[in-house]
Design a binder for this molecule. Sequence first.
Ligand SMILES: Cc1cc2nc3c(=O)[nH]c(=O)nc-3n(C[C@H](O)[C@H](O)[C@H](O)COP(=O)(O)O)c2cc1C
Length: 184
Amino acid sequence: MKTIVVYYSNKGSNRYLARKISTSLSCDLEEIRPILNQFFLFLMNIHLGIKPLNNDISSYDRVILCGPIWMGKFIPPLRSFVKRYKSRIKKLVFVTCCGSTFEKKNEKFGHGLVFNEIENMLDGKCLFCQAFPVGLVLPEEHREDPDAFMKTHLNDDNFKGEIREHYDNLINKLTAPETSNLKG
Ligand SMILES: Cc1cc2nc3c(=O)[nH]c(=O)nc-3n(C[C@H](O)[C@H](O)[C@H](O)COP(=O)(O)O)c2cc1C
């Protein structure tokens, strides 16, 4: 299955994850480049779209889209990518290194709401979504502490234990032969 990992990252955790996935799958990797890459403007929902990708999305069987969640939103660079390339995407998997925990995924700032939105936008082309709460690399008592997880970024030193187990499960799922038939 020809796969590309397409990602956007501000502080580096989703870049780390995207690179790791593309290495594990030996597949292509491309960064989404916003026309105006201004974090504060994104938070106010002001954005000018993204630059065209170098790779031809229609030539891939599967796109793995990777990027953060801010203020409970599907962020502008990722949304622009889906809008622009939707007709050329065959199947999509969304992966996020985010702040919200699995337990709070359906609360206002949880990743679950963003997952629902992506699945709706993709009209059945979203195979599944997977969160990697960055707090998984912290001691359990700090996992829900916004101050602690905002300052935490994935790297080779902390990518172990529980987060590594979730990652290995993701790679197994992505390399299992039946993945191409899974529905959201
Ligand atoms: C302004 C801001 C708002 C955020 N809001 C959310 C949120 O609503 N839900 C969530 O799960 N994580 C939230 N986060 C945490 C980010 O998703 C998390 O830090 C992510 O790993 C950043 O990815 P990056 O390092 O690739 O930029 C927020 C982070 C920032 C900076």
